[in-house]
Design a binder for this molecule. Structure first.
Ligand SMILES: Nc1nc2c([nH]c(=O)n2[C@@H]2O[C@H](COP(=O)(O)OP(=O)(O)OP(=O)(O)O)[C@@H](O)[C@H]2O)c(=O)[nH]1
Ligand SMILES: [Mg+2]
Length: 131
């Protein structure tokens, strides 16, 4: 089975809202909301991958991050290892560089969004850490 290692960022603003983006319909787990990020490339550290993906997808730079949770999930067609970081300081202002919808969601609203199955423990951890 295909295995991917993914760097994921939970970006928090000064109001305590978290940034969600919506996956393109034709992507894996398409149409669902996600925390921005992407695959760690060969020879790249997770932190470097996170910085690269958030620059590519949102046009921001990561100024401070800390590990939040690691989630291993089997989708059947694909196994993902999500290395999730909390980002409390960033430079620039995030925009959907790839045309993806984006929203700042209050933590108390997260149960109103549809996420991929692997994200259940991530959302739980975001809620208990930030709420
Ligand atoms: N970025 C991100 N990926 C997630 C989340 N939850 C989750 O299951 N994934 C899965 O992680 C895998 C890799 O993420 P990705 O599609 O963002 O990778 P990428 O940015 O490198 O995109 P690419 O495929 O265009 O190169 C996908 O199979 C996706 O379904 C999430 O919250 N954020
Ligand atoms: Mg991505």
């Amino acid at each position: 089975m295909k295995r991917v290692h993914v760097a994921v960022g939970v970006i928090v603003n000064e109001q305590g809202q978290v940034l969600l983006t919506r996956r393109h319909n034709d992507a894996h787990q398409g149409g669902l909301w996600e925390f921005p990020g992407g695959k760690v490339e060969a020879g790249e550290s997770v932190v470097d991958a996170l910085a690269r993906e958030l620059a590519e997808e949102l046009g921001i730079s990561v100024l401070a991050s800390r590990p939040l949770i690691e989630v291993s999930h089997d989708y059947g067609d694909k196994h993902v290892l999500l290395d999730v970081y909390l980002i409390e300081k960033f430079g620039g202002s995030p925009a959907g560089m790839e045309g993806q919808p984006m929203v700042w969601a209050p933590v108390t609203d997260l149960d109103g969004y549809e996420f991929p199955a692997a994200n259940v423990p991530i959302v739980d951890s975001v809620v208990s850490t930030l709420a």
